[in-house]
Design a protein around this ligand. Structure first.
Ligand code: T4K
Length: 382
């Protein structure tokens, strides 16, 4: 790739010297996977950081979704959003359940709680919302609906690492006297992705956040083939274990993730300043009292007002070496596996269809320089 190319993201990398020291420890111990010391340390450190009771580490962000559905014995229909990365719906399909798509709220890009009840049938057992771009879902409303109909809620929180919300408003318990709560406490379980492209990464990696010790044990068994003892297998588990190298890498990245989020915030401030008065461009502002993680910076192009379609701008940026991404276009509901489902029609999903056709995620990461940001803005405003 040309050195002048600006990519949509860039991985947060730990200091190589410090990583080497950790590698030396791993080499000395000869314990390289299966719940090693660094794995245990990272689970504890993440639970503290995220203000959640229990974290189960995984090798990526897709297996926790699949494992959560298994662990909660979800069957039948699962209500979900079409406006996400395809892993969300694939996990439902792999569990032999039927995804039921519900439209999204244009103010957040998240599943619209007002439209959930109409999609519930006697076969519905679960709601799987996504905190898309790290913007928190209306967890209080979603929980009320779930409780009314006896449904489980599994949040795909792949984008929401470290996001904190006013506890009462989101129906959660505060962890401090400022009344904040980690969004990962919502629902029955939440999943995270620690892929290289995420705010916090372990190269490949992910986690399942659970609320009690018994469930933590069950998930730990399920991600290790269902093994509970040398000669005992109690469930049809899978191999989802994170190794010691990635756990050590994660421990180092956790030390610098707050600084990285602050740098992302500064990028968002500059984008907003420059784009606020450009006709035909819409973006999200921060939500009141929410600690955001600035994982993505989507803009939405209204072609008639802006004078150029989304794709025209996307390819113009590309020609100039600015690689935005059209996350999340096309909608999951339009892929061949899912487009035949009754809920997958564009008529059922007008808001998601429009947003998918209008979105470009601008480059957003901790190592964008002032001149990069200016180059990106110039592509859009000229
Ligand atoms: N749920 C949601 C809501 C998700 O968004 C995702 C994943 C998941 C579940 C599943 O989690 P994982 O099983 O993946 O942990 C990326 C990621 O692969 C994927 O993790 C992510 N969501 C999705 C939104 O984006 P691509 O195909 O767009 O990534 P790629 O390889 O084109 O990389 C994008 C840019 O990042 C590159 O242009 C440059 C930069 N990059 C990327 C990599 C891999 C680097 O600078 N270095 C790198 O090593 O999917």
């Amino acid at each position: 790739m040309n050195k002048d190319t600006i990519t949509v993201t860039s991985p947060l990398l730990p200091d190589l010297g410090e990583f080497n020291e950790y590698l030396k420890k791993i080499w000395d111990s000869k314990w390289i996977t299966n719940n090693g010391q660094f794995h245990k340390q990272l689970e504890k450190a993440l639970a503290d950081y995220l203000h959640v009771p229990y974290v189960c580490l995984f090798t990526n962000g897709t297996l926790p979704l699949m494992t959560a559905l298994q662990a909660l014995r979800i069957t039948g229909e699962v209500i979900t959003t079409p406006y996400s990365f395809v892993a969300t719906t694939h996990s439902i399909w792999w569990n032999h359940c039927k995804p039921v798509f519900v439209d999204i709220d244009p103010k957040t890009g998240n599943i619209d709680p007002d439209k959930i009840e109409a999609a519930i049938t006697p076969a519905t057992t679960c709601i799987m919302p996504v905190h898309v771009y790290g913007k928190p879902c209306d967890t209080k409303r979603i929980q009320e609906i779930a409780d009314k109909y006896g449904l489980k809620v599994i949040y795909d929180a792949a984008h929401a690492f470290g996001v904190e919300v006013p506890a009462e408003e989101y129906g959660l318990e505060a962890y401090d006297d400022k009344g904040l709560a980690g969004i990962m406490n919502a629902g029955d379980m939440s999943t995270l992705s620690f892929h290289a492209t995420k705010v916090f990464n372990t190269i490949e990696g992910g986690a399942l956040v659970v609320h009690d010790e018994a469930m933590k044990k069950r998930i730990d068994n399920l991600k290790n083939f269902g093994i509970t003892g040398e000669v005992t297998v109690v469930a049809p588990g899978i191999n989802g274990k994170m190794d010691e190298m990635r756990s050590a890498y994660g421990l180092l990245n956790l030390k610098q993730v707050d600084a990285a989020i602050e740098k992302r915030r500064q990028v968002a401030v500059k984008y907003r300043e420059a784009l606020r008065n450009i006709s035909g461009i819409r973006f999200f502002d921060d939500m009141p009292d929410v600690r955001h993680n600035y994982s993505y910076f989507p803009i939405f192009i209204n072609a008639s007002e802006y004078g150029m379609t989304r794709d025209e701008l996307y390819f113009k940026m590309k020609e100039q070496g600015v690689l935005g991404r059209r996350y999340f276009y096309p909608l999951i509901s339009s892929f061949s596996t899912y487009c035949g489902l009754p809920s997958a029609t564009p008529e059922n999903l007008p808001v998601a269809t429009r947003m998918a056709n209008e979105v470009i995620c601008l480059p957003m990461h901790h190592s964008l320089f002032e001149e990069d940001i200016q180059r990106i803005i110039n592509c859009i405003i000229r």
